[in-house]
Design a protein around this ligand. Structure first.
Ligand SMILES: [Zn+2]
Length: 321
């Protein structure tokens, strides 16, 4: 099987910048650049993707400004909402839009949830002293507002990624109660706490510090918890289930695949992209061979759909060699 045969199952992540200056600054970092676009150029950018037969996109809006609450995440004229409206006006159903639902790219803390007024004071673990707590239910309320505004803008899927408890059940109800039964949910069921997301964060959030998200993201120690989360998300109404990162989680992909009948999406994340790029720059490996190995191993493990930064390059350049 040729890896390109699965092009309809590829999902390409894109970052749409509201500020041209942030966009230009980000390009200078020279990682993930194929995925970056300034909002004014979004139509030409999407046309290029369609020409490469990429018709599933996962959108992350990068706002010009962030505030403590992340209020622009649910603004009708927010960056993701504007992007969806422009893409749908120009391309309609030719593009399947999956929109990230989270607040970490909009707030100043970089956390995926709203802070409560409490702090964690676990005297047994000095590392956790004084850490701000995330308020699960307040966060659900914000995720609901984001999901509605994205649905009103015309998204095909919402993709809640903040890993709050009960988020799929809550958002499914909100969509149904507001007449958006047609909007589907791709759930980040098993988003593991990992430093493999650091290249993405550094490029798009300009945050070099490590952010501890272990209180709400999955632990890589606990396979059963990850399986349980996936099964629960299906029960709560998710249409697609997603697991990330990919390479060191293939056992989980195989296990989850045997428990669920919904399409299983696997995301190959920025850190996994970064190390292949870095090694290829040093001529330590053959990029095309590694892309193919990566994709085929995800397929063998049970991935029905694959999200990857490699897709653009694979279709645009490497496939000709
Ligand atoms: Zn987040």
């Amino acid at each position: 099987m040729n890896v390109i045969d699965g092009v309809n199952d590829f999902i390409f992540p894109i970052f749409v910048y509201e500020s041209e200056l942030n966009y230009q600054n980000s390009l200078r970092l020279q990682y993930l650049n194929d995925s970056k676009v300034f909002i004014k150029n979004i139509s030409a950018f999407v046309q290029k993707l369609i020409d490469l037969r990429i018709c599933n996109i996962l959108i992350f809006g990068i706002p010009a400004k962030r505030d403590s609450f992340g209020a622009s995440s649910f603004d009708k004229n927010g960056i993701t909402q504007k992007s969806i409206k422009t893409i749908k006006a120009n391309f309609g159903s030719r593009v399947n839009i999956i929109s990230d639902v989270c607040i970490c790219q909009y707030n100043t803390s970089g956390h995926c949830g709203v802070h409560s007024n409490d702090v964690v004071n676990n005297i047994k673990d000095p590392k956790n002293m004084g850490i701000l707590k995330i308020d699960n239910d307040k966060t659900l309320n914000v995720l609901g507002k984001i999901s509605l505004s994205l649905s009103e803008s015309g998204t095909d899927f919402i993709a809640p990624s903040s890993m709050m408890d009960g988020q799929i059940f809550y958002l499914k109800k909100i969509l149904e109660n507001n007449g958006f039964d047609n909007v589907k949910i791709m759930s980040y069921s098993s988003k593991h706490n990992s430093s493999l997301y650091v290249p993405f964060r550094n490029n798009n959030f300009f945050k070099a510090d490590f952010i501890d998200k272990s209180s709400y993201q999955n632990s890589f120690y606990n396979l059963r918890e990850s399986i349980r989360e996936a099964i629960m998300d299906v029960d709560e109404g998710a249409d697609w289930i997603m697991i990330k990162p990919s390479l060191w989680y293939m056992d989980l992909v195989k296990a989850v695949k045997s428990y669920i009948e919904k399409p299983l999406v696997v995301q190959n994340v920025s850190g996994e992209y970064a190390f292949i790029q870095a090694a290829a720059e040093k001529r330590w490996l053959n990029k095309k061979e590694w892309y193919v190995l990566f994709f085929m191993s995800m397929r063998r493990a049970g991935a029905d759909k694959i999200i990857s930064y490699f897709i653009f390059e694979l279709l645009n350049k490497v496939s000709d060699n």
